[in-house]
Design a protein around this ligand. Structure first.
Ligand code: NAP
Length: 246
């Protein structure tokens, strides 16, 4: 159980982040439901958590912005005194072949997925070091492990998340803070529903287990990495992809 723990989940208004927020709250954590644009949906997540007897608050912040994310972290630490679990889940795609990829689409994806993860860890690192415990869980992707045609920006950002995870894990290990990455395969959310049907079918054929994953399945892995049962695991990239990368 995570009773007494405070968890901050970025990009928790829908998809995988929402399931992570619901799961951590159902297991006793107080959850900060971060979102960027989807206020109503984030409020609904909070309502769902409260209806189930949990505690949560929605906070708007574009994690790609260094100062805005610092402000969010400051406000959370002032109100809740600590963050035990940081889940860097906020992410976007701007797919396209490299030859046609705009600078804007490259930068937007790197800014949210990689710099956003850096921003959050950077602003919370002092607090994690002081409390000498904590769990940081970063959402990477099968694309960051294997690469994916049409996702040069996204793959680069998610491979960057792996390097960031391992370096930070080394820096924080002596203070008992565990830092791991999760590399989901093809999970059924709005992000993947936005892909052309042809691309979806092609991807499905690459999954040995023969189906897409569910956000709730990723959330259960996050729950494990957030709790004490994983205290001897750090600096790892854990795949949850139906066997795509075996
Ligand atoms: P999704 O359904 O598109 O949801 C993305 C979430 O991120 C939303 O809550 C969105 O909130 C938030 N977000 C986007 N930009 C943000 C920003 N700048 N600041 C704060 N929040 C922001 O995506 P998903 O499929 O659940 O994916 C979640 C994570 O898992 C991402 O990092 C993704 O790369 C990774 N992943 C997904 C898959 C998959 O198959 N679905 C596979 C591998 C990895 P707003 O709507 O409020 O902007």
């Amino acid at each position: 159980m995570l009773t007494g723990k405070v968890a901050l989940v970025t990009g928790a208004s829908r998809g995988i982040g929402k399931e992570i927020a619901l799961t951590l709250a159902a297991n006793g954590a107080t959850v900060i439901v971060n979102y960027n644009g989807s206020k109503e949906r984030a409020d609904e997540v909070v309502k769902e958590i409260e209806a189930a007897g949990g505690t949560a608050e929605a906070i708007q912040c574009n994690v790609a912005e260094f100062q805005a994310s610092e402000e969010m972290v400051k406000n959370v630490l002032t109100k809740y005194k600590k963050v035990d679990i940081l889940v860097n889940n906020a992410g976007i795609t701007r797919d396209g072949l490299l030859m046609r990829m705009s600078e804007e689409d490259y930068d937007a994806v790197l800014d949210t997925n990689l710099k956003g993860t850096f921003n959050m860890i950077r602003h919370l690192s002092r607090s994690f070091l002081k409390q000498r415990s904590g769990k940081i869980i970063n959402l990477s992707s099968v694309s960051g492990v294997m690469g994916n045609a049409g996702q040069a920006n996204y793959s680069a950002s998610k491979a960057g998340v792996i390097g960031l995870t391992k370096s930070v894990a080394r820096e924080l290990a002596s203070r008992g803070v565990c830092v791991n990455a999760i590399a989901p395969g093809f999970i059924d959310t709005e992000m993947t529903q936005a892909m052309p049907e042809e691309a979806q079918n092609g991807l499905k054929q690459m999954i040995p287990l023969g189906r897409m994953g569910e956000a709730a399945e990723v959330a259960k892995l996050v729950l494990f990495l957030a709790g004490n049962d994983s205290n001897y695991i750090t600096g790892q990239v854990i795949s949850i992809d139906g066997g795509m990368t075996m």
